[in-house]
Ligand binder design. Structure first.
Ligand code: ADP
Ligand code: MG
Length: 678
């Protein structure tokens, strides 16, 4: 039913609602509040406690002129009173607010209480003038400035009249009973207008449960479908592996050995491997992929490794060439900037099976790249690819084994969720000798000192990265900022050092040239954009300076920092930022405190929320509306158990699960479009 059908929703309001994604009555019913104001907590002013959320009914006593604070914000203060005392409301950066009040006028205020120096204040409170009608717990919706909470509440109330025809129950009564879940109607009514706190809690729990259960079931079904398919590429463990391991310049860590065993066992099976390899930056994932590709080639099949950047693909190519040079294996590199003639030749050889190991970038995804017997697909830094891109590559083979590698450090429970259709291996140990990368956060006025320090490291024979500010969506501007920064360093701080530049506007051969020089220490300082963000490995580099570090997200900073500390030398990361917002300062502080990718990911989740953290792009799963993967781990684990039980007992096939089953199939269809495993 179209939203316009509701009383009071004309074309104009309908347009505003549409911009919130609300086009139908059903959309409105599922447009859940972002927060609530608890007006059951109306107290005398004198009884208010510091930090509590409270409502007061007061009269406007005095309106003060706007003031500027030390940090440059405008501060507006209004004094209110009632028979129990005085309370002021303060608002930041809302100079117009004083026009909304008249002396003597009665209002209801709702906000967080602050008691300091004997003064009671509500900071940035919500206010309402005709408050009589809205007692109890009231919803607060995310709206834009064209709508008010009052209008929104009215619309939702109206929509609730149609709940019977608009909303269907997916969870059978038997299940609801066992897990103490509200029915869907009660849940929706109470998530909007909770009868009391307890009902709100129950409503949220029911909706989260349903949301997570459906996804878990979808992932399980997908996995079942996947593992029931067969592959004709059952591979023996090559006898040559021993010789390869002896050639390595280092001993594999126990964690690496365990993962290699898991992978070799998978590749031996006649069901395709579908494995996620997680390991923090620098944990040594590359060698795992080399061993898998080698084993594949030794079995007479083709394998492919896709990386997100040309620099990284090239680096992998060189590593693999070097490690496998004693064997007669044909290895090729295919990237966007490979010359047309070379490309044609490589593509021809791939299709005829003359090449056993192919390393490349997105260029591999082109339609004309066809394999003769592709048996192993590996993607490196998977978080940089969409699910669809991975699928395109997989579909170039017939049920090949799949290994996905990522350093996106996510808590394990979340990994289980995100990659629920995959088996997971973790490298939970860094190679020996690694030290914590010492991280500092400094203001720009410290630059001279920073580059003095860089100079000292170079004098010791080490090398440095300088990362230039992120310029939104503009490679050209980024390139300019790199050039400018390099000039500046040449003229001032680092006059006597060899400086190279690297940015996205350079041709592949130019980039390659620079990277080679940097690897050989012919360049001492590499001034670069984030093109070096993932994977790049120059163990002699021990210091990374990140300019305007506050423009980067935590995950990205962690990845950038991962460029150093890759050898046995003590390494440093210096974040230069004129960070102003609390959020930015917090991010810088987290970086200085911890080196653990997992901890950083957790903080990142906390700061950004799950919505942004898991862009749907990454996994093809629907955006979560109520559940929070970070905070609702208990419900997540519970639904996982329930999902497993429903599938194993085949109860999902029962008649009363029919609607739920339909919904899951819909979901699989959507994910399947992206993953299309079979
Ligand atoms: P990432 O997991 O970030 O992809 P890499 O595979 O690039 O990490 O490895 C980082 C560095 O550690 C490389 O220089 C690599 O040669 C080295 N390395 C990998 N495994 C070991 C090991 N077991 N012992 C010592 N160094 C290792
Ligand atoms: Mg890597």
């Amino acid at each position: 039913m179209e939203i316009q059908y509701l009383k009071g929703v004309g074309p104009k309001i309908a347009k505003y609602l549409s911009s919130l994604g609300i086009n139908t009555v059903k959309d409105a019913l599922f447009y859940f509040p972002r927060d609530y104001e608890d007006r059951t907590n109306i107290k005398p002013i004198s009884k208010l406690e510091n930090d509590e959320m409270a409502s007061v009914i007061v009269e406007v006593a005095q309106i003060f002129p706007s003031k500027k604070t030390k940090t440059g914000k405008t501060l507006n203060k209004i004094l209110f009173k009632n028979e129990t005392g005085f309370i002021s409301g303060i608002w930041f950066n809302q100079p117009y607010i004083k026009n909304n009040f008249k002396i003597g006028e009665k209002v209801l205020l709702y906000g967080k209480v602050s008691k300091q120096f004997g003064e009671i204040t509500l900071v940035d409170p919500q206010y309402e003038k005709d408050y009589e009608e809205t007692q109890g717990i009231n919803p607060i919706y995310s709206i834009n400035k064209n709508l008010t909470q009052k209008i929104m509440r009215k619309i939702i109330k109206q929509a609730l009249n149609f709940i019977d025809q608009e909303v269907e129950e997916l969870l059978p009564e038997s299940l609801r009973k066992i897990y103490d879940l509200l029915d869907i109607k009660n849940a929706i009514i109470n998530i909007h207008f909770p009868k009391d706190k307890n009902m709100l809690k129950l409503a949220k729990r029911r909706l989260k449960f349903e949301e997570l259960l459906i996804i878990q079931l979808g992932l399980f079904e997908l996995k079942k479908k996947y593992s029931s398919s067969t592959t004709s590429y059952s591979m023996a463990v090559s006898k040559e592996l021993k010789a390869l391991k002896e050639k390595l310049p280092f001993e594999l860590t126990e964690a690496q050995r365990k993962v290699i065993r898991e992978i070799l066992i998978d590749m031996k099976k006649n069901t395709p491997m579908n494995r996620l390899l997680q390991g923090d930056v620098g944990s040594g994932k590359t060698i795992i992929s080399v061993i898998a590709l080698f084993n594949c080639a030794m079995n007479g099949y083709q394998g492919v490794l896709m990386a997100p950047t040309e620099i990284l693909a090239e680096q992998h190519y060189n590593t693999i060439l070097e490690l496998l040079k004693d064997w007669n294996i044909n290895i090729a590199l295919l990237v966007g900037s490979t010359s047309k003639k070379q490309k044609e030749e490589i593509i021809r050889k791939i299709s005829q099976g003359e090449i056993s190991i192919v390393i490349g970038t997105h260029a591999l995804l082109q339609e004309n790249v066809e394999f003769k017997n592709l048996a192993l697909v590996i993607t490196d830094e998977q978080h940089r690819f969409g699910v669809r891109q991975r699928a395109t590559l997989i579909n170039k083979g017939h049920n090949p084994h799949v290994l996905v590698m990522t350093a996106t450090p996510i808590p394990r429970t979340l990994a289980l969720f995100m990659y629920g259709d995959m088996d997971i291996s973790v490298i939970d140990q860094l190679p020996p000798g690694r030290q914590k990368v010492e991280t500092y956060f400094v203001r720009p006025n410290m630059r001279e000192k920073v580059y003095d320090f860089v100079k000292k490291e170079i004098e010791k024979g080490r090398q440095a990265y300088v990362i230039c500010p992120l310029v939104e969506e503009s490679e050209k501007l980024e390139a300019e900022s790199v050039i400018e920064m390099a000039e500046n360093l040449k003229n001032n701080f680092l006059k006597y050092n060899k400086i190279g530049i690297l940015h996205g506007k350079m041709s592949a051969s130019e980039k390659d040239e620079i990277m080679k020089k940097f690897k050989n220490n012919e360049i001492q300082v590499l001034v670069s954009t984030t093109v070096v963000e993932v994977g790049v490995n120059v163990p002699n580099a021990t210091i990374i300076v990140i300019e305007n570090a506050d423009r980067f997200g935590l995950a990205q900073l962690h990845q950038l920092r991962g460029r150093v500390g890759r050898g046995n030398y003590k390494s440093y990361c210096i974040l230069v930022a004129d960070a102003k917002t609390d959020d930015a300062i917090e991010r810088m502080k987290i970086m200085t405190k911890t080196n653990s990718g997992f901890e950083i990911a957790e903080k990142d989740l906390e700061l950004r929320g799950t919505g942004e953290f898991f862009g749907t792009r990454q996994h093809g799963l629907p955006e979560l509306k109520v559940a929070n993967l970070f905070k609702d781990i208990d419900i997540l684990m519970q639904t996982k158990e329930v999902a497993r039980e429903l599938i194993q007992s085949r109860r999902l096939l029962d008649k009363d699960y029919y609607k739920l089953k339909l919904r899951i199939e819909e979901l699989i269809q959507n994910i399947g479009d992206n993953i299309s495993i079979n």
